[in-house]
Design a protein around this ligand. Structure first.
Ligand code: AHM
Ligand code: MG
Length: 335
């Protein structure tokens, strides 16, 4: 008979979620597991549409205008709709905050969780084929909550889970449900996320910095000084200076930072007085992932990002995150 080298006992995301629930919270109702299952459906559906959109753009599958003359929806709108529908039908989400929605959404019925998301972050990069992603953070509602803005205007330390899915050559999901960080890769043929990077740890140091230096004219002096110093030969890195790496798509820049180490930043400056990145669905989930992987995440004052309490759902913050040693070096530049 034919012999094949096939792994027959792979760990899918569903299997991982169920075994986590069994081992860490045997008494749990399974609501979070069901919610995570709805999330993974949203990721697959968005990934599918991003792949299709690339083809449609390149070879014009539908022609420039479709036959009924409908205006074709932009990918961020499609992503937002997919996400909202998946969360609504999961029956376990009461409150949803989306970058694409000015107000929070409260679902009738709903469940015991609040989800904050940027459904397609970095969408300005899509036409160039650069990776974009979905970022998400999850809170459990307080026992007496009926579902309101109070459920999400909380410290990041109160999140029960967070992560992102990056849509590149394949879709990569990085997830923490409070313990370690695990990486999953979508097998398109199987339609399953497979555990490919268990218990990810970010390197303690690495000579890579990731920031939009085009804004440096507007930076305060201490940030200019810090970045200038990184360009000098570094004794601890064999005399080499830092390398600059900036994709301009947060998920892709954070993905590299988790895997290789280094520091990523989007500071506040004279032009963007509160920074650019949003606390609830950009800064918090990435900060939780980075911390759970052994790194650090602070704001421009050097305060821990996850200790901030946002005042409104679209609040922004300056952010510095990555390898612990790199964030500590940055902190020495703050008076
Ligand atoms: P968006 O939510 O409008 O897509 O903006 C967020 C993106 C991040 O992915 C990325 O880190 C940042 O904006 C890049 O901004 P800039 O082009 O100013 O460097
Ligand atoms: Mg965004």
């Amino acid at each position: 008979s034919e012999k094949m080298n096939v792994e027959t006992d792979i760990i899918t995301l569903t299997r991982y979620i169920l075994s986590e629930q069994k081992s860490k919270a045997p008494q749990a109702s399974g609501e979070l597991s069901l919610l995570l299952n709805s999330l993974q459906f949203a990721f697959k559906f968005i990934a599918h549409n991003i792949r299709r959109a690339e083809l449609i753009n390149l070879i014009g599958i539908n022609g420039s205008a479709n036959s009924s003359g409908d205006v074709q929806k932009k990918l961020d709108v499609i992503g937002d709709e997919i996400f909202i529908n998946a969360m609504k039908s999961s029956n376990n989400v009461k409150v949803l905050v989306s970058e694409e929605q000015e107000d929070l959404i409260v679902f009738e019925g709903g469940g015991r969780y609040a989800v904050c998301t940027d459904p397609i972050d970095g969408s300005s990069n899509i036409d160039a084929g650069v990776s974009v992603g979905t970022i998400f953070g999850i809170y459990r509602l307080k026992d007496d909550s009926q579902g309101s803005i109070k459920d999400v205007l909380r410290k990041g330390t109160e999140m029960v889970a967070a992560g992102y899915t990056m849509y590149g050559a394949s879709a990569h999901l990085m997830l923490t449900v409070g313990g370690s960080v695990n990486g999953f890769t979508l097998d398109n043929q199987l339609g399953e996320f497979i555990l490919t990077q268990p218990d990810l740890r970010i390197p303690d140091k690495r000579n890579i910095y990731s920031v939009n230096e085009g804004n440096s004219y507007y930076w305060p002096d201490n940030i200019k000084q810090y970045i200038d110093d990184l360009k000098k030969p570094q004794e601890e890195f064999g005399g080499k200076p830092y390398s600059a790496r900036y994709i301009g798509s947060m998920v892709a820049d954070i993905h590299r930072t988790i895997l290789y180490g280094g520091i990523f930043s989007y500071p506040a400056d004279k032009k963007s007085k509160n920074g650019k990145l949003r606390i609830l669905y950009e800064c918090f989930p990435m900060a939780m992932l980075i911390e759970k992987a052994g790194g650090a995440a602070v704001n421009d004052k050097g305060e821990r990002i996850l200790e901030i309490t946002p005042k409104s759902i679209h609040d922004r913050s300056g952010i510095w995150l990555g390898s612990k040693g790199e964030v500590e070096k940055f902190l020495t530049y703050i008076k």
